[in-house]
Design a protein around this ligand. Structure first.
Ligand code: PRX
Length: 666
């Protein structure tokens, strides 16, 4: 594949020199895929079949949602019984493939074991210590069936919830699929989250069973997950059984054990039958709930639409073919892993990599060595990881032959052109197009993203995919061009969320109340003259650190829950590697002395309440934080001060002198 750079207004050197994220607004270069590459892509072949001549024509044609999503659905999934209607749209409620009988596990596993794919490797797993396991579709199928039977023996039925707290090991997809197979709903909690976060999720969904492991490896250390799960279960009364996978190579006998509640995975699955009937469900039955932060917000996804959405977007955006080795280097605990390590790739019958550990353990060449050793062809990661790799330097990359790669991807946060160019040059060898995919836990699948046939502009996620729409609205709901506004999605798509678990009012309020019947994504974006989208970050109230979405108020509540803290204000501060870092202004209770020891104690406290990723990077002690008369903390004012921007009107503040306090502290 050859990529032409057909327009250059800046030299690569200029871009590589600048460290300023603002350069994004000036980015004008366009990278076009070569024709010879375009001709070979899945999307181009589809267009030829349907007599569609250009990318623009494809976007136009796909505006007929029923035609488009009806056609692609029948290409990527097998229904038990077909649907009688593609779409039922009664905003904010949506149903896709009405009347279809379905189960996503049929497409992810059952259908493959009847074909040559039975013996194809589904997952290549590499543990952090270097242990390797390869599981074929057949292996996965048998393991899933055994666990599904074990779950049934604990009384888990259709519609019951199971909380999963597992690291990046093959048992995580196995556990998810076992739940889905019997129609149970899984709620996976990222293994980097705290015991408190796991407990809150278990209680929110009233889980019957929890699944975890003894411990796992991260940066050469053992993370004692079972002990953390024990802590969570102390106050999770609905959980009657905990299944524990033995991951540790030594020391498992030392993990604390509750004879009545705890069961070793290998013991309860040992004598289970190797087959298990796949529950016949409605296409709109719930598959899973997922949230992005410690506080529960159960985003609901359903079997049918989600299956079509993940498989279809993956086959088009990353152009996956039977011979590919696909590596989505996200964690399965987040939506990216759910959609593009578990369901999408398995439905397509792809071979994927699962790597347990840290990218830079034991040194920064680990990832590049994995790409070389397994011949990874398509690689998908986050801008934070790319910026981290840039910081380590290309010497680590150069030690490895990355010529197997043909396509790259980015997700989770805006990618600055400097990182884009570095990724393109040093990882992709200037051969590989970069698919910058914009989407969310709520969307379930890519929404705004290039296809491999799309001309690229570094830093832009380009346009909504065929079958999706997006726009940028001002405060009054008027579409705007070339200025920042609220990102919205006016039409439904199959993978979209179906609600928030047990919280329909909250669902309406968060996503559907600002503009009637229009989905509000919560991001600020800009649309340029070519209708390319430039995502600028979250709207007020949520920060994005290292691709993790964390509510400012959540970190504030965690800080305030410490006995020595009276008040806290948390903002995201631009950070060269993580996109944003977490900066907290803390007001201590009367008589408490600020010092470094307390600073570390507060960081650890937040780590314990939410998870390590939410620990503030910096804590500044102040005597007051700016507030409105109704007591709302004015993060906007604090952020403006920190960034050296005009603070705007502060007349509405109840304590304007607090702004000076912030000034002194920074
Ligand atoms: O702000 C956007 C950012 O990540 C948010 C969604 O986070 P989460 O639900 O955790 O899912 C992350 C993985 C899909 C969005 O609201 N985001 C995601 N992808 C991009 C992005 N920002 C800019 N460019 C992207 N490609």
């Amino acid at each position: 594949m050859r990529i032409k750079e057909n327009m250059k207004t800046k030299t690569e050197k200029d871009v590589e020199k600048t460290k300023d994220l603002k350069v994004l607004l000036d980015e004008k270069r366009v990278f076009k895929p070569s024709e010879e590459f375009t001709e070979q892509t899945n999307v181009k072949k589809w267009m030829d079949k349907h007599g569609i001549k250009s990318y623009d024509e494809l976007l136009e044609k796909a505006k007929d949602l029923e035609w488009f999503w009806g056609t692609v659905a029948n290409e990527v999934v097998e229904w038990f019984e077909p649907y009688n209607k593609v779409l039922d749209w009664n905003p904010p409620w949506v149903k896709w493939y009405i009347g279809a009988k379905y189960n996503i596990v049929h497409d992810a596993l059952d259908k493959h074991v009847k074909t040559w794919r039975k013996n194809k490797v589904a997952y290549i797993f590499e543990g952090e210590p270097g242990d390797v396991r390869k599981l074929t579709y057949w292996d996965l199928y048998v393991e899933v069936n055994k666990l599904a039977n074990a779950l049934k023996s604990f009384g888990v039925c259709k519609g019951d919830r199971v909380g999963i707290y597992l690291p990046m090991i093959p048992e995580l997809p196995i556990a998810m699929l076992a739940c889905a197979k019997i129609g149970a709903i899984h709620s996976v909690v990222f293994s980097g989250f705290s015991a408190t976060a796991f407990r809150e999720r278990l209680n929110d969904c009233e889980a019957k069973v929890a699944i975890t492991c003894d411990g796992f490896y991260r940066r050469g250390k053992v993370i004692p997950l079972k002990s953390m799960a024990d802590d969570a279960l102390r106050e999770a009364p609905t959980v009657k059984h905990m299944i524990v996978y033995k991951r540790m190579t030594a020391g498992s006998e030392l993990v604390p054990w509750n004879e009545e509640r705890d069961h070793w995975w290998h013991e309860i699955t040992k004598d289970q039958p190797r087959t298990c009937e796949t529950e016949i469900l409605d296409a709109n039955d719930i598959l899973y709930t997922s949230g992005t932060t410690g506080k529960p917000k159960g985003v609901i996804h359903a079997h049918g639409g989600y299956a079509v959405g993940t498989a279809h977007t993956l086959r088009w955006v990353f152009d996956l073919k039977p011979e590919d080795i696909w590596w989505c280097a996200a964690d399965i605990g987040w939506v990216t892993g759910h959609s593009y390590i578990v369901y999408g790739p398995l439905i397509l019958g792809v071979t994927s990599i699962i790597y347990e550990g840290a990218p830079d353990y034991p040194n920064p060449e680990r990832w590049w060595s994995i790409i070389e050793r397994y011949g990874v062809t398509v690689f998908y990661t986050s801008p934070t990881s790319i910026r981290l790799a840039m910081r380590f330097g290309e010497e680590w990359v150069k030690k490895h032959d990355l010529s197997s790669l043909r396509l790259l991807g980015s997700v989770g946060e805006p990618i600055n052109p400097e990182a884009w160019i570095w990724y393109y040059t040093h990882i992709g060898g200037k051969r590989c197009q970069i698919m910058d995919t914009w989407w969310q836990t709520e969307s379930g699948t890519f929404c705004i993203s290039p296809l491999p046939i799309t001309p690229l502009k570094p830093g832009s996620a380009t346009k909504p995919l065929p079958g999706f729409t997006a726009d940028v609205y001002d405060e009054d709901g008027n579409p705007i061009q070339n200025r920042g506004g609220n990102l919205v999605q006016p039409t439904p798509w199959p993978g979209m969320l179906r609600g928030l678990y047990k919280a329909p009012e909250r669902f309406k309020e968060i996503y559907w109340s600002k503009y009637p019947n229009i989905y509000l994504a919560g991001d600020v974006a800009r649309k340029d003259d070519d209708n390319y989208f430039w995502i600028q970050g979250r709207a007020d109230g949520v920060l994005n650190t290292a691709g993790h979405r964390i509510g400012n108020s959540e970190v504030e509540s965690a800080l305030v829950s410490h006995e020595k803290v009276a008040e806290a204000a948390v903002i995201g501060e631009p950070h060269e590697v993580k996109g944003e870092s977490i900066l907290a202004f803390v007001v201590l209770k009367k008589g408490v002395e600020p010092n470094d020891e307390l600073r570390s104690e507060l960081r650890e406290h937040v780590g314990k309440e939410i998870g390590k990723i939410a620990r503030p990077d910096k804590i500044k002690f102040v005597t007051d934080v700016p507030k409105t008369r109704s007591g709302k903390i004015m993060r906007r004012v604090i952020r403006a001060k920190v960034l050296g921007l005009p603070v705007g009107d502060i007349a509405t503040l109840s304590n304007p002198e607090a702004v000076e306090e912030i000034d002194k502290a920074i």
